[in-house]
Design a protein around this ligand. Structure first.
Ligand code: PGA
Length: 249
């Protein structure tokens, strides 16, 4: 049975005090979740939030890491630094990183390798933009993102990856993919993993849906057989909503 998961992606929201308060509220309310729960926070929150989450089932993720191991890269944060805070996951390949910070499949390949080398489990995001969906080439786009950044990995390493399908047109827009659209893509992604790594690995791969997933639509999305959980942006910033999404999984 593959892991079911609800992961939050706080993005560039909440100052340290606000982040500590939200993490504390979540810790106090998540006891025996029926799925894995992860929160992705800005770098500056990691060490403090890791301390708060000690003894909690909630795991901690960074939202990014550098594509270099160490050295003269002013302002960057390495995978080793992330791991040293106590975080165990790292979100990589988010469309906002691809779009605004020009992260290519090659750069993401480096990041994935560095994350894995430092014991971090990548939550790797893929997804098409609106024009690509309208041109009906979402499958090709997602396939090339997977092939370019992940499919060189050994089976052992690939098993450490959680995938997140996030149609870019659905992120922060209120335009959620329909459960059928999500299921279609998730099943397609699983078929690609099966072609590359075999059916057993594909069956064990966790594939999250992200993009305006909230406390109202989560249950319907999670009911689909290939949707193993969610990567949650806006709704992860409000404890009540995030807890309701966890309960829906
Ligand atoms: P959203 O963001 O839930 O605010 O649409 C999801 C994401 O970008 O991970």
């Amino acid at each position: 049975m593959r892991t079911k998961m609800v992961a939050g992606n706080w993005k560039m929201n909440k100052n340290l005090q606000e982040g500590v308060a939200l993490a504390t509220e979540l810790k106090n309310n998540v006891h025996n979740p029926s799925c894995a729960v992860v929160i992705g926070t800005p770098f500056i929150h990691l060490a403090s939030v890791a301390e708060i989450l000690k003894g909690s089932p909630i795991a901690l993720a960074a939202e990014n890491c550098a594509d270099k191991a160490s050295g003269a890269f002013t302002g960057e944060v390495s995978a080793e630094m992330v791991a040293s805070t106590g975080a165990t996951y790292c979100i990589l390949g988010h469309s906002e990183r691809r779009q605004y910070y020009h992260e290519t499949t090659e750069i993401l390949k480096e990041k994935v390798e560095l994350a894995l080398a430092n014991g971090l489990k990548p939550i790797f995001c893929v997804g098409e933009i609106k024009d690509e969906r309208e041109a009906n080439c979402q499958n090709e786009v997602v396939k090339s993102q997977l092939e370019g950044s992940l499919f060189h990995l050994s089976e052992d390493d690939f098993r450490k990856i959680t995938l997140a399908y996030e149609p870019v047109w659905a992120i922060g827009t209120g335009l959620t993919a329909t459960p059928d659209q999500a299921e279609q893509m998730h099943a397609y992604i699983r078929s690609l993993v099966a072609e590359r790594y075999g059916k057993a690995v594909a069956e064990d791969t966790t594939i999250l849906y992200g993009g305006s997933c909230n406390d109202k639509n989560a249950a319907e999305l999670f009911a689909k057989p290939d949707v193993d959980g969610g990567l949650i942006g806006g709704a992860a910033l409000v404890a009540e909503k995030f807890l309701a999404i966890i309960a829906a999984r």
